[in-house]
Write a protein that binds this ligand. Structure first.
Ligand code: GDP
Ligand code: IMO
Ligand code: MG
Length: 423
């Protein structure tokens, strides 16, 4: 098995966690390289349901799991996740979990300001997960974030916290919010420093350990359409998601990525605000939401649902040079009589094969669809390509044709074994 990057091709929740867990037995290590606990993955194995957020999805198979330098870590949320997964029978220890010691931390003040700013935006809100990930990334590039390696030496920590609060308290005063004392943040950090220290490893040592592995999986969170540079800005998350980020955030060099697998849900979903040209607000959208159980793992919000959008997906494929796809949730379409794929946009009578970045045009998009007959028979749990109904194969072929990528895995259910390996 080659070192493989896993990239979501839509707005997240494509079923990356399920596919990473499914493939993980072929890998020695699984590395998260971006995002934070805004991610939420549901994985079903042997009658158990695991909910992961920050932990790489290889932990269920006890693979060496790395939280790379590109991730922002909320320690409280991480310890909560570790406690829950241990209760579910998965042991976490420094033997199977390493966190790069230069990751930036998500603190209570980040969660608070995320919520405060969303509230102030009213109708224009992004619809963030309010987990403080955006503000933590802002502090990272503002060079005032607190990293794990800052925790052990009190004078360093005090100085770093004061620099952080210089910014945050000025902002909070402007927003008429109460200011925060440095002792509050220092106490918060001192309460977690020893617990997190046992997992902290210099990024350089992680790189050395990964070099010795036969096969490493780089696990992306979110999806390419939420990428801060190339997504539907400003309705995006605050990190890069596309392939280039692997080299920045995984403690491993770019030449170590041998292959990229894009994860594509058989229809589209989105949580939060922002353009969604193929959104269905009718009974078919409702059908997809119920049949696909499209409720956010992190926030419990209903996911918006719609047809597959090959305009946006083609863009996502190009940005991460994806040639192979794992197609998920095919079974959700089982009962539909007709299925559509958007192949172009019409805006003011002009055809587009990409999403224009001009926000004012988004409400004028008319999707151009190709329509297919459904298969109207159950594919749930099918494990072999030859058992798929003919019309499902036509749908998959069309996706291959429109994307110039090969569908190599098909997921036909939430459980680990409900999966087809095409080749
Ligand atoms: P992720 O964030 O990309 O890992 O995706 P989520 O876990 O947030 O959302 C995917 C949801 O679909 C989860 O509840 C999975 O258990 C479920 N799921 C994954 N693959 C399939 C599939 O092929 N069929 C069905 N019906 N459910 C699936
Ligand atoms: P996984 O890994 C779906 C969305 C939020 C919001 C926007 C910005 O489970 O696929 P943020 O809290 O990141 O500042 O919110 O991004 N978002 C996700 N949507 N799946 C995710 O992760 C997401 N992570 C962030 O809903 O629209
Ligand atoms: Mg998710």
């Amino acid at each position: 098995m080659k070192n493989t990057a896993i990239i979501g091709l839509q707005w997240g929740d494509e079923g990356k966690g399920k596919i990473v867990d499914f493939l993980a037995d072929k890998f020695d290590a699984v590395v998260r390289f971006q995002g934070g606990n805004n991610a939420g993955h549901t994985i079903k194995v042997d009658g158990k349901t695991f909910k992961l957020s920050l932990l790489p999805s290889g932990v269920i198979r006890q693979k060496f799991s790395v939280i790379g330098s590109g991730v922002v870590v909320d320690p409280i949320s991480l310890f909560d996740e570790i406690e829950k997964i241990e209760k579910n029978g998965v042991k976490i220890s420094p033997q199977n979990l390493a966190i790069a010691d230069n990751v930036c931390l998500v603190l209570s003040l980040h969660r608070q300001i995320d919520q405060i700013l969303e509230n102030k935006k009213g109708n224009n809100k992004i619809g963030t997960t309010c987990r403080g990930n955006g503000p933590a990334h802002e502090d990272k590039v503002g060079r005032r974030a607190i990293r794990i390696c800052d925790l052990q030496h009190q004078p360093t920590l005090i100085q770093r916290v004061e620099e952080l609060l210089l910014f945050h308290n000025a902002l909070r005063k402007g927003l008429d919010e109460p200011i925060i004392s440095s002792s509050t943040i220092i106490d918060e950090l001192n309460s977690i420093k020893d617990k997190i220290a046992k997992y902290a490893v210099p990024a350089f040592e992680i790189a050395q350990r990964l070099e010795k592995c036969n096969a490493v999986m780089f696990e992306g969170a979110q999806g390419a359409l939420l990428d801060i540079s190339y997504g539907t800005y400003p309705f995006v998350t605050s990190s890069n998601i596309s392939l280039g980020q692997v080299a920045i955030g995984s403690c491993s060099g770019f030449e170590n990525v041998h292959k990229t697998l894009g994860i594509l849900k058989a229809y589209s979903t989105r949580v939060g605000s922002g353009p969604f040209p193929t959104e269905l607000t009718d009974e078919i959208g409702e059908f997809l939401r119920i049949e696909g159980q499209e409720v956010g793992t992190v926030t419990g919000r209903n996911r918006r649902c719609g047809w597959l959008d090959l305009v946006l997906i083609s863009h996502a494929l190009k940005l991460s040079a994806v040639k192979e796809i794992a197609l998920t949730k095919l079974d959700v379409l089982d009962k539909l009589a007709k299925i559509k794929i958007c192949v172009a946009y019409k805006i003011n009578n002009k055809n587009y094969d990409y999403l224009p970045q001009n926000i004012e045009l988004w409400s004028k998009i008319e999707p151009v669809y190709e329509e297919f007959d459904g298969w109207q028979t159950s594919t749930l749990g099918i494990k072999s390509l030859k058992d798929l109904p003919k019309n499902a194969l036509v749908y998959i072929k069309k996706i291959e044709e429109l994307t110039s990528a090969k569908v190599v895995i098909i997921s036909t259910g939430a459980k680990r074994e409900e999966t087809i390996i095409v080749n």
